[in-house]
Design a protein around this ligand. Sequence first.
Ligand SMILES: [Zn+2]
Length: 123
Amino acid sequence: MNATRSPLYQQLLTRLQQREAELRALLQADDARALTSATGEAEVTDFKELAAQGASSAVEDVQMAHAADELATVLAAQRRLDDGSYGFCAECGEPVAEQRLLAMPQALYCTACQALHEHSSRS
Ligand SMILES: [Zn+2]
């Protein structure tokens, strides 16, 4: 049985592709803005100056970093759909619950392993 042909997987693939397009558009818009600011006013290297400009640019930087991270996970999920490893936990190899995949199509781990990872990454 080829799981990647199932309607669930088709639905998840569509959602991953939509998310990829959204994230790419977001990151491209940020690139364009960074280019115009780099050729415009003097470069800002001092964090105090950055803060004085308002917190919005720092917040956007964090959002862009998150978007880049998420894009990487979305692309990885599409590759797993392609090679047939999608839907299985990267840690324990157990199938990831459909409800979890529907909530987060790029999920790499099952709920239990994800909780362990989140716990260990905060150490
Ligand atoms: Zn697991």
